[in-house]
Every structure is written in C-alpha cells, then in structure tokens.
Write a protein that binds this ligand. Structure first.
Ligand code: ZN
Length: 159
C-alpha cells in the first residue's frame, strides 16, 4: 500500500530549522495523520504521497509550503498597560491575544520603557524546514476519521 488520499499513515520524523538545529521530533512515538486533509504542512504532505512502509527520506520544505512567510504587519508595539497582571514582562514571553481573526499567540520581542513590541507570526514562519522522515505504517482511514478529518488511535487525535 502506498500513501494516497484518505489513508492514515504513521511517520517518525525529525524536524530541523535552516541552521540544522533540531526543533521537534517524534522520538519513538510516531505521528498518525490523515493524508489529504491538511493535517500536515503542505510541503511535507506532498513529499509523502506515494511513499511506502519502510521508506526513509529527507525533504526541505520552503517557508511558502510550511508556515508561510513572515508578515511584518503582525509585529506591533503596544503600551505596557496592556499587560496588567504580569509581574515582570520579559522578552520571549508568549501571550494569547485577541484579534480580528480570533485568538492567536504573540511573543514579546522588544521592551523599551512602556512600549512593548509583540510578534504574532508563527514561530516557524519564514523558515525553510528540513524533515527526516520514516514511514512506519499505512492503513485505510475509518469512516469516523474521514468525517473528522484527522487520524484516531495510536499517534492520532485521542477523543
Ligand atoms: Zn476525531
């Protein structure tokens, strides 16, 4: 069986950034995903199409097919009184912020007196990502999985 639309595949993976630093890895707990339902970033899913159990490969996904380019309009400077209740504001802290598009996560990237710069980009936006992947299982999806648009069971969504 090869990976195709509407199958559930399990993969082991190591994710590295463009500097070769490891960002994430499955670490012996393979990830199960439903192919063709945008469970994975586009570039990774494309590279998995047609692969079989036991296949191992390395693929570098450009930012456009990963988390997209950085958007400078998501970087904003706000007054520190927006952070009432935070004892000591530090660069690198992450907060949930309300915007027109709903809740999203922002990171504090600069502090100058009472002016706080926050960045709402995904931490991996603008980065080319390299995945080392091994396909460990492929099976047909269940009706429930197709209804939900994701994989259930081991390595999948538990609910
Ligand atoms: Zn589900």
């Amino acid at each position: 069986m090869k990976i195709e639309q509407d199958c559930v595949a399990m993969i082991e993976y190591v994710l590295k950034n463009e500097h070769g630093e490891q960002i994430d890895a499955s670490n012996g707990s393979p990830l199960a995903y439903l192919h063709g339902h945008q469970n994975l970033i586009q570039g990774l899913e494309e590279s998995l199409l047609g692969k079989q159990v036991g296949d191992e490969f390395t693929t570098t996904v450009p930012a456009e097919k990963a988390y997209g380019p950085r958007a400078e309009e998501l970087v904003q400077t706000v007054p520190s009184n927006m952070f009432q209740g935070v004892d000591s504001l530090e660069i690198g802290m992450r907060f949930e912020a309300q915007s027109d598009q709903g809740m999203h996560s922002v990171e504090v990237t600069n502090i100058e007196d009472d002016q706080i710069t926050v960045d709402g980009n995904h931490p991996l936006a603008g980065m080319d990502l390299t995945f080392e992947v091994k396909v460990v299982d492929i099976r047909a999806a269940t009706e429930d999985e197709l209804d939900h648009g994701h994989a259930h069971g081991e390595g999948g969504v538990q609910h």
